[in-house]
Design a protein. Sequence first.
Length: 509
Amino acid sequence: MEILIYAGCAVAGALLTWFLINAGGKSRVKKMIADAEKEAEVTKEKKILEAKEHFLRLETEFEKKSAERNSRLQSQESKQRQREMSLNQRQEELQRRSLDVEQQRENMSIQLSAIEKRRQDLEKLHQQEVVHLEAIAGLSADDARERLVESLKDEAKTQAASYVNEIMEEAKMTANKEAQRVIIRSIQRLATETAVENAVTVFPLDSDEIKGRVIGREGRNIRALEAATGIEIIVDDTPEAIVLSGFDPVRREVARLALHQLVQDGRIHPARIEEVVVRVRKQIEEEIVEIGKRTTIDLGVHGLHPELVRMIGKMKYRSSYGQNLLQHARETANLCAIMAAELGLNPKKARRAGLLHDIGKVPDDQPELPHAILGMKICEQYKEKPDICNAVGAHHDEVEMTSLIAPIVQVCDAISGARPGARREIVEAYLKRLNDLEHLAMTYPGVVKTYAIQAGRELRVIVGADKITDEDTESLSAEIAKKIQDEMTYPGQVKITVIRETRSVSYAK
C-alpha cells in the first residue's frame, strides 16, 4: 500500500516537473519538487503511524481474546477435574456399599438356614406334644378346637350383651343432653331478622294534582284499578299519598307497580289501566322466577325443577302465621344444614329438604290436603329423591319418618317458627278468613273474579256478562250472603257487591 502511494507521488511529481520545464520555469519547478517531497514525507510518516496504531490495536485485541479463551479453558478444566473427582468418590462409595450388601446377604443366608432348621425342630416337637396331649385327653385336636370355640362364643355373647346394655343406658342418660347441645349450637350459629307482614302499602305522590288524575272523573280510574287488581285504594286527607289495602301481597305489588307506571307515563284512563295491569302481572311472574333462582343459588341448592324454583320465588308473597314464608324456608334450610353437619350427615341434602319443606303452602288448589302431604306430592311429581320427599311429608308427623333428615327438618321448622317475634296467630287467621271469603264466592257458576277488600268487610264479585243477567245478580248476591252467614265466623258484617259489565271491543285495521 505504501509503495503504491510512493509510486503515485513520484509519477505525479515527474509529470508536474515535465510540465513546468516545458513551460519555462525552472525555479518554480524546483520549488514545487521540494514541496512535493516534503508533503510525500509527511504523508509517509502519517501512514506509518496509522499502520503501527492499527497493528497495536489488533495485537491488543488478540491478546485479550487469547486471555479470555485461556480463562474459559482453565475454568472448564477445573470443572472437569471436580466432576472426575466426584465421580471417583461416588464410584468408591458404590463399591463400598456393594461389598456391605454382599456381606449382609451372606449373613442373612446363614441366619435363614439356622431359622429354617430351628423351625423344623419346633415342628417335630409340636407334633410330638400334640400326640402326647391327645393320648392323655382322649380327644383329637379338631374336637378340642371345636369345644374351645364354642366356649369362647358363649363368653363373647355374654360380654357383648352386657356391653350393649351399658351403651343403651348411657345413651338414654346422655341423649337429651346431647340433643340440647346440638340444637343450641345450631341456633347460635344462625342469625336472622324478624319479619312483620303488613296488609297495606302507602304509595307516595308528588302533588295533589296527580292524586286527582289518579282518581279520575267521578272516580272511574280508581274503580277501574280496583276491578283490575282486586286491591282497595283508599284516598283520604293524607297529603301526597294513596293507601293500597289488600291481604294478598302479590295483588298489592301488582297495584303498586301499575300505579307507579301510570303516574310516570301520565296517561291514566280505564283502558290504559287494564293494559298496564296485565303487563305488570307478567313482570311479577318473571320476578318470582328470578327470586327463586337467586334463593337456590344463595343456598347452594342445584338441580331443582323449574316449577319448584318458581314456587320458591312465590314464597316471598306468602306468609305463615305472619312470618314471611320465603324467609322461614331459608332460615329452616340453613338450620338444617348446620344441624346435619353437627350430626355428621349430608348438609346439602338437609338444606334442600329444609328449603322445600313448606312448598305445599304455595299452590292455591287442593286446599283440603295438609300442606306437608301436598308438598310431598309436589316433590314426588318433580322427581325429588325419596328421602327429601319423606322429610317434606313427615315434618308434621302426617307420614312416618324413614330417613334421618326428616326429624332434622321437623326440629328446625319448629325452631324457626318458635323464636320470639317470628309468627302472629291473628294475622294468619285474618288472611285465612279473607281467602275463604273469595273461595266461597268462586264456587258459584258465572263468577269470574272475587276480591275481599276493606279488611274483609266487603266482598266484590265480578261475573261474566254472557253468563248471568242483571236480574240474576240480585239473587246471586243474596245466596252468597246467606252462605257466608251459615258457614263462616267473622266480626261485624260483610257487604257483597256483584258487578256485571257489558263490553264491546272492535279493532280498526
